[in-house]
Structure formats: C-alpha cells, structure tokens
Design a binder for this molecule. Structure first.
Ligand code: BES
Ligand code: ZN
Length: 460
C-alpha cells in the first residue's frame, strides 16, 4: 500500500473522531463582527492552536488589534512549500427564529435517501472547510510521520467582517509566511458530483449612506409634503441605481470592466449551467440583473450594485404617522476585472450627493473594499491539484468562477508574490450566511481526502 492509500484509509477510519473535533470548533460562536463575541473568537483561535500544536505544528495565536490570527508551521519536509489560508470566524446568526436548531449546537442530519450533512453556523463557511485541510495534515503525519511538503497554516478571524488586520500582518511577516503556492478552502464545487478549482473572485466595495432631512421626527399630518422625507429621497436614489435593463447607472461604474476572454467564455458555456436548477430551489425562476447577460456571467464576471439593508421611520408593530429625520442604507458593489474600489466609491458618492436636496444632508460610512482577482492557471500546481480533485471524485474537475469575494487573496499575490489554488467543497445550497447553514458529509470526507492527494501531488 502506498503512503497515499494508507493516508486515505486513515482519513476514512478516523472520520468519527474528525467530526468530533469539527463539532468542538463549531460550538464556539466566533462571530467576528459583533464585539460581544470577541472572547469566543479568541477561544476558536486557541482551540485551533492547541489542535495544530498537538499534531506537531509550531503553532501560535498572534494578537492583533482585532481578533487573533492563527499561524502554524511544519516545514520538516523538503520540496515546494504551501501556505494554507482559512477563517475561523462566522457570520451572525440573525434572524435566529428562522433556524430550526441552535446554530452553535452542531449535529448530523441523515436524509431519507441516506445522505448526511453537518448542520451549524460555520459548517461550510468556513470551519468545516478549514478542518478538511487540518485533517489531511493529521492523517499524513500519523501515517507517514511527516507531511509530503513543507506546510504553513494561516487562519484568520476577521474574514466575515471585512477586518483590516490581516493584510498588514501578512506584509509584516512576509518572510515567515511566503511559500511556493497558496491553498485556500473557502469556495465551492461546481455541483455535488463535480469538484472544481475557482480561478476568479469578485472584488467588493461596501458603503453605507445616512440621509438626514429635518432635525427631528415629525408628525406626517402637520409637516407632510412640506418637509422633505428622507425615506423618499433614499428610495429614489436606490431605485435610480439600475436602469430597466438591469444595468447600473452610476457614471464610470463600468470603467475597467472587460468582456470575458473567449477561451473562458467557451469553457463556461461547456459547463452547461442550468438557470432553472439554480433559481428554482430558492423559489425564483426569472433572472433579474443585466438582461443581455447569462446568469452565470451575472454572478461570476459582471459587477453588481446590491442594497443589503435599508431603514428609516417606524418599523415596529402597528402604525405610526411619522416623517423620520433619517433614513439609511447599506449598499455593496461586487467588482470584476480592473474596477477600482476607490473609484467606485467616489462615483457612487457623487451619484448620491447629486440627488440630495439642498437643505438635507448625507453622511457616508466606508465599509471594506478589495479588487477582483483572477489566477493564472498555467502554473504547474494548478494542474496537479486539478488531477488530484478529479481522482478523488472520479470526474474531471473544471476551472470555474465565483460570485463571492475573499479579499485577502490579493495580498497573496501582491504582498507575497504567490499564486493561490482555491479548492473548496461547498455547495450552492449550503445556506452560507443564512439560517440553517450546512456542510455535506461527503464534502467533509472527500474534501479531506482531496487535500491529502493534493499535498502528495505537490511533492511529486
Ligand atoms: N466563503 C465566502 C466566499 C464565497 C461565497 C465563496 C460564495 C464561494 C461562494 C467568504 O467567507 C465570504 O462570505 N466573503 C465575504 C467577504 C466580505 C464580507 C468582505 C463575501 O463574499 O461577502
Ligand atoms: Zn468564507
């Protein structure tokens, strides 16, 4: 039996224990955006350090002004080195009443057809995915006494809250962290049967606007129509963001947006994306967005403007005849190709200001931003990883795009000069960021086996 076969057998034999470990991590409510959970974020980091140190990594939790960053090394092997990245923080759980169980009491659900999944906040994004890699390392060390290649692990706690501490940390510790290739497990497969490597990520620009009209809330009979209503102003601005063909109307918004290279367009067309299969399960059937674009383009290679939250006036029970003083909205832009997040922010602010009446005011609150990124799949490790994924699932793994953002990947390229292989095992219906998040048991099991294969392939 080869080392790899023994490692794969070990992973299968150790599945129950590995689930126990994952459940331990899932029980910690490491919600990074809410300061009330700061101690839990630290607990999650400490748990990972202990687990990694226990299997022989030189591991520590590095303090930042935000949540700690876990760094671990095992460089006893020779050959090309890898830096794995993941995040231990999770999204908030609200609305809590839509969960069918406690988000931080993980359990295994068995469906009538015998398939199983792991239910908990963070099961798919990203604790379950992080542990696929950790378990692969554990199995290699247990079976072969060493990893096939030198490995460093970087697990942060601010990915979900646009934290700013990781990029400067990576720059300050570039020599410690730099490796020949980056590995990230925070993305999805093409489908439940087909694994994939993600080669493009969209960028992001988050912006909050607060419109103030009168200096207090007013009686809508006493002041209505004479006093400006910030809800109306806000609604008009937000409605103006798109034309009736679904295009974003902010001047210069499409600067830096290119058409897909022909080779990628053909490759994506061959994937045979099923729009009904994509929208049907979420209760929809008609793609919104830019009318002349395919749904796959919309989510992978076109920019968006989305209103993520809006508020103003009375939203309690019953009814209140009020003209509010303030109205606000949180807007995010997904960016592609060479769009510059700072320029997008500037043009958006101009667009908003031009629509504010002279006696009203608008304040802007800047949220996180980052550029889109694409990886050159010509580098040899991409083909090695693709073959390893294909071997595990028994089908050819395609290169795919991704609608989401993992802003730190830019830091790998620009700060450390590294390419990154994004191999993740999430599925569209994992409900990441939503109530009742889950991770397929097969994603966890095969994901760990796939990393074991990828580590072996990188050494070859
Ligand atoms: N794991 C996701 C990114 C992702 C989403 C990959 C969907 C594949 C499919 C990541 O944790 C995430 O949610 N990122 C945020 C970044 C933001 C908060 C800066 C995102 O995309 O909204
Ligand atoms: Zn994630």
């Amino acid at each position: 039996m080869s080392h790899l076969d023994a490692v794969l057998a070990r992973l299968d034999a150790d599945l129950d224990a590995s689930l126990e470990r994952l459940f331990h991590l899932l029980r910690i409510p490491s919600i990074s955006t809410d300061p009330a959970y700061a101690a839990d974020c630290r607990r999650a980091a400490d748990w990972l350090v202990e687990d990694l140190a226990g299997m022989g990594f030189d591991a520590s939790a590095r303090a930042t002004e935000g949540h700690p960053i876990v760094v671990a090394h095992d460089r006893s092997a020779s050959g090309p080195s890898a830096l794995f990245y993941g995040h231990y923080d999770v999204q908030p759980v609200d609305p809590l009443d839509l969960w069918e169980h406690d988000p931080f009491a993980p359990f295994i659900q068995t469906r009538p057809d015998g398939t199983r999944c792991i239910r908990a906040r963070g099961a798919a994004d990203d604790k379950g995915q992080v542990m696929t890699f950790v378990e692969a390392c554990r199995a290699w060390k247990a079976v072969a006494g060493a990893l096939p290649v030198p490995v460093s692990i970087l697990i942060e706690g601010e990915e979900e809250s646009g934290g700013k501490h990781l990029p400067p940390f990576m720059r300050a510790h570039a020599d410690e962290l730099r490796a020949d290739i980056g590995l990230i497990c925070d993305t999805g497969m093409w489908s439940a049967e087909v694994p994939a490597i993600t080669t493009m990520l969209r960028g992001l620009c988050g912006e909050e606007i607060v419109i103030t009209a009168a200096d207090r809330d007013l009686h809508s009979g006493g002041y209505g129509s004479a006093a400006a209503n910030p809800n109306h102003i806000l609604a008009r601005i937000l409605a103006d963001l798109h034309d009736d063909r679904g295009r974003v109307t902010i001047p210069h918004f499409y600067d830096g947006v290119h058409e897909l290279p022909e080779a990628i367009r053909r490759q994506w067309a061959d994937l045979g994306f099923d729009v009904e299969g994509f929208l049907g399960p979420i209760g929809l059937g008609v793609p919104a967005g830019e009318q002349e674009r395919s749904a796959l383009e919309m989510i992978w290679s076109r920019p968006t403007a989305e209103v993520n939250g809006m508020g103003g006036g009375y939203q309690g029970a019953g009814f209140k005849t009020v003209i509010p003083s303030k109205a606000s909205a949180k807007v995010s832009f997904r960016l592609v190709f060479d769009q510059d997040p700072h320029e997008v922010r500037r043009h958006f602010r101009d667009f908003v200001r031009a629509r504010i009446p002279a006696d009203c005011k608008v304040d802007f609150i800047e949220h996180g931003s980052g550029r889109a990124q694409a990886f050159d799949t010509a580098a040899a490790p991409f083909e090695k990883a693709r073959r390893a994924l294909s071997a595990e699932w028994g089908v050819e793994a395609p290169f795919i795009g991704c609608g989401g953002s993992i802003p730190v990947t830019r830091e790998f390229k620009e700060g450390l000069g590294m390419d990154v292989i994004l191999a993740g095992f999430g599925l569209e219906d994992d409900r990441i960021h939503s109530p009742n998040e889950k991770y397929e048991m097969e994603s966890f099991r095969k994901g760990a086996r796939a990393w074991a294969r990828i580590l072996a392939a990188l050494a070859a």
